[in-house]
Design a protein around this ligand. Structure first.
Ligand code: GSY
Length: 175
């Protein structure tokens, strides 16, 4: 599987944990996608439109033979299967799957911009991303992710909710 991508997952409607696990299951059931790494799950204060419930957020690393656009289409299909309706722009959502990076590529199309244009400003993305890949460089940015995270304010809005390992171990796919 030649392509390497990071995807951010978020949910703040209904059973947030079950929805995130269902999204992981649907993604990894696709034979063209292999889960390589995953972060802990964080509970996070909403950014953008603040009058909404807390989110659960995490980040995964995958390998895939899909192109960036094919991966986007599969993410949108997965969101749709899990009941996502595209309503208020910054509003509540049952599941959100955002492609953060795709190899070291810059992709600029009507449907997809990669690296995700707001990823480095969002602690709910950067904290889980740095947990699994602190030294990663985003194309066109000379500082590694952990340095970018250190420079971010408002990290207290991102709190560990379920650890990847240690007490209360969480497995990405429950059988
Ligand atoms: O862009 C993802 C959806 N979203 C989130 C999110 O996932 N987490 C938090 N904490 N705030 C958010 N605002 C939006 S929009």
């Amino acid at each position: 599987m030649e392509n390497r991508a990071f995807i951010a997952l978020g949910s703040n409607i209904g059973n947030r944990y079950d929805t995130i696990m269902s999204a992981l299951k649907l993604l990894t059931e696709n034979p063209k996608i292999k889960l390589v790494n995953y972060s802990s799950i964080y509970e996070t204060d909403p950014i953008g439109y603040e009058e909404q419930d807390l989110f659960l957020n995490m980040v995964i690393e995958i390998q895939t033979v899909l192109s960036g656009i094919e991966l986007l289409d599969f993410c949108l299909k997965t969101e749709f299967e899990l009941g996502r309706k595209r309503e208020i722009r910054w509003g509540p959502r049952s599941i959100d799957l955002d492609i953060l990076t795709f190899n070291q590529e810059n992709i600029e199309t009507e449907k997809l911009t990669v690296p995700h244009p707001r990823m480095t400003e969002r602690a709910f993305v950067m904290v889980p991303l740095v947990e699994i890949n602190p030294d990663h460089h985003i194309p066109g940015v000379d500082k590694p992710l952990n340095v970018l995270l250190n420079e971010l304010p408002d990290k207290e809005g991102v709190r560990i909710w379920k650890r990847k390992s240690g007490e209360g171990v969480f497995e990405p796919i429950e059988s």
